[in-house]
Ligand binder design. Structure first.
Ligand SMILES: N[C@@H](CCC(=O)N[C@@H](CS)C(=O)NCC(=O)O)C(=O)O
Length: 220
């Protein structure tokens, strides 16, 4: 399946929920040809998180990746950890590559600014102490999503991928976040950001994405 000279696959566990950032980590694991076990977690309920999840991430959030080095949480950290560990697949520019800074910029921007704007629309109760404040938070989240995606769209311009000529894990992150855009939450439509959509559509065609997103893309 993979043309690269891969080393022996390592084995991972991934605390996982559909439509969460763990789905993006799954795409990375597929791209890297690694073996992994999904540990399904219910993150929809407002009740307490399972002791198993809290033991590896006291924040009670997914994704959490378990390797023989222990658990790691934070999607951007997991992406970077995996890409660096399996650098033979070329999914991330190496530490001395001139594109390294730009790569990290997008990962951090996605995980802080963009993911946070999505949270404002999904979990307004975390941003306002009173219920009457929720609609304002949700509205502001949608406004931020529009302006932040616009920034990404303009940065891509006519480039093939976020980093220019070469595909990277940052494009997978972009794809993952683009799948969260939903009219149900009043989000802007992906079609408003034609450059983002172009990259997202190309990632969607990869076997790794089909495997991790069967409901969206169809059976792998
Ligand atoms: N900054 C964290 C955010 C993780 C996060 O918000 N995960 C969501 C799913 S994408 C979650 O577990 N939500 C459950 C909850 O908020 O209770 C990361 O990038 O990993």
């Amino acid at each position: 399946m993979y043309s690269q000279q891969a080393k022996t696959p390592m084995s991972y566990q991934l605390f996982y929920s559909d439509r969460s950032a763990a789905q993006g980590v799954r795409v990375i694991l597929e791209e890297l040809g690694q073996t992994y076990e999904l540990i399904e977690v219910d993150i929809k309920s407002s009740g307490p998180r399972s002791p198993e999840l809290l033991a590896v991430n006291p924040n009670g959030l997914v994704p959490v990746l378990i390797s023989e080095e222990g658990p790691i949480y934070e999607c951007g950290a997991i992406f970077t950890f995996l890409c660096d560990r399996h650098s033979e697949f070329g999914l991330a520019p190496g530490p001395s590559d001139r594109l390294r800074g730009r790569f990290l910029q997008w990962l951090f921007f996605f995980s802080s600014s963009l993911q946070n704007a999505f949270s404002m629309t999904h979990r307004a109760n975390r941003f306002s102490a009173v219920e009457s404040g929720y609609p304002g938070v949700e509205q502001q989240g949608c406004k931020r999503l529009t302006s932040l995606w616009q920034i990404v769209d303009e940065a891509i311009g006519e480039k093939l991928w976020l980093l220019g000529e070469s595909f990277s894990a940052a494009d997978i992150y972009l794809f993952m976040l683009s799948t969260w855009l939903s009219a149900e939450y009043g989000h802007p439509d992906l079609g408003q950001f034609s450059n983002v959509k172009r990259i997202s559509d190309k990632v969607m065609q990869r076997p790794s994405a089909a495997k991790a997103y069967p409901a969206l893309i169809g059976a792998a």
